[in-house]
Design a protein around this ligand. Structure first.
Ligand code: ATP
Ligand code: MG
Length: 357
């Protein structure tokens, strides 16, 4: 019976893997969508240059890291190369006015937000069946760097990493656990959970730790310092692909099953911090332990329920928005997914449909 169970598990995983690939492929943005988005970026860049001639408008987030789904929003970052630049707050106000006058976008400037941005949206049209949503921020160089880090990880093992991340993003959206504003986790947070799992939990690991591979030539700390954060990582992906051969041969389905199992019952939510840079850390050693039962400081005590360390801004908890209820829901969803996959329905496609119900 053990042998028969093993065979049945393998059969299910092989079929489920194929289903996952077929499913994920349909969710990728079309060439047309990518072209329209690039046109929008260029148009916006031209307009911004009427305010700041020395500026560049760069894409970050999913449009730039290889993890984008159909109709995902555009994250844009404006870099200004001149010395005496306007403040982000002033830029947001001026750009907001300009875009309102000159374009058909719905414009919402948020000059006084923690990170000042202009929010834009475009209604649907024949070339853009789902419209466009776009945020423009300023000087957010760390976000450009963490986007590049995620992209490098996607390129090391494109098949398994991308399929896993894309599936998890859709799953989290369908299960409604992808809203930091409502106490659950951002897409960025889910991507970090996948990478943490593939770098530090899986044994043998699926991915190397790019932040711990030493540089080929000596590099001074100043070269890799951005606003006080160490942004070094090994980014010669061609070289990595020549030299790194993971001895982990699990397919995407097997990895996903283990992923859900790990975050259902093995990750130490109470005491641990998931860090892709340093592996598992303790909340206590980072000072991220808050008195969870204190009735005071409502916001503060919610802040460290779930801890995911940002790869560069290591004093920043990416999942600080996750509330008690949010974490309860997320863990419940990991358990539900784990249960569905463990039951191995007759047809893998049924498991997939149930997962994303
Ligand atoms: P989606 O396709 O759902 O928009 P995404 O990959 O663009 O997913 P987002 O969560 O929108 O992911 O984040 C976009 C970028 O913004 C990330 O790549 C990261 O650079 C930055 N970012 C988002 N959330 C955080 C956060 N909590 N802390 C730090 N940076 C963040
Ligand atoms: Mg995004």
């Amino acid at each position: 019976t053990t042998q028969r169970r093993h065979a049945s598990r393998q059969r299910f995983a092989a079929e489920f893997s194929q289903c996952l690939f077929d499913f994920v492929v349909q969710l990728l943005p079309t060439q047309e969508e990518l072209a329209v988005k690039e046109d929008v970026r260029k148009l916006l860049e031209r307009l911004i240059r009427t305010i700041e001639p020395d500026s560049r408008l760069l894409s970050f987030g999913s449009t730039a890291n290889g993890f984008s789904l159909k109709n995902s929003d555009m994250d844009l970052c404006c870099l200004i190369d001149s010395e005496d630049r306007l403040s982000a707050t002033d830029m947001v106000t001026m750009l907001g006015d300009l875009l309102e006058r000159e374009t058909k976008f719905h414009v919402k400037p948020l000059p006084h937000a923690r990170i000042p941005i202009v929010k834009l949206s475009l209604d649907q049209s024949p070339g853009l069946p789902l419209g466009i949503a776009c945020d423009i921020g300023f000087e957010n160089r760390l976000a450009l760097e963490n986007t590049r880090l995620l992209m490098c990880y996607a390129m090391i093992d494109p098949t398994r990493v991308r399929a896993m991340v894309l599936f998890l993003k859709v799953w989290a959206k369908r299960r409604k656990i992808n809203s930091p504003y409502k106490g659950t986790l951002s897409s960025y947070g889910y991507v970090l959970l996948v990478l943490y799992f593939l770098i530090h939990v899986k044994n043998p690991p699926v991915l190397p730790n790019l932040q711990q591979i030493p540089p080929l030539r000596p590099i001074s700390p100043e070269e890799t310092n951005l606003n006080g954060h160490d942004i070094w990582f090994f980014d010669d992906i061609q070289l990595i692909r020549q030299r790194w051969h993971s001895s982990n041969t699990q397919n995407v389905a097997e990895l996903l099953i283990d992923f859900f199992k790990y975050y259902s019952k093995d990750f130490p939510y109470q005491t641990g911090v998931a860090s892709i840079k340093s592996g598992q850390l303790m909340k206590a050693s980072k000072g991220w332990q808050s008195d969870l039962d204190s009735p005071r400081y409502n916001d503060y005590r919610e802040r460290n329920r779930f801890c995911i360390e940002d790869p560069f801004e290591t004093d920043f908890n990416v999942s600080r928005c996750v509330t008690k209820d949010g974490l309860y829901t997320i863990r419940g969803e990991f358990m539900r997914a784990s249960r569905i996959l463990a039951s191995r329905p007759e047809r893998a496609i049924i498991a997939l449909a149930q997962l994303c119900e």
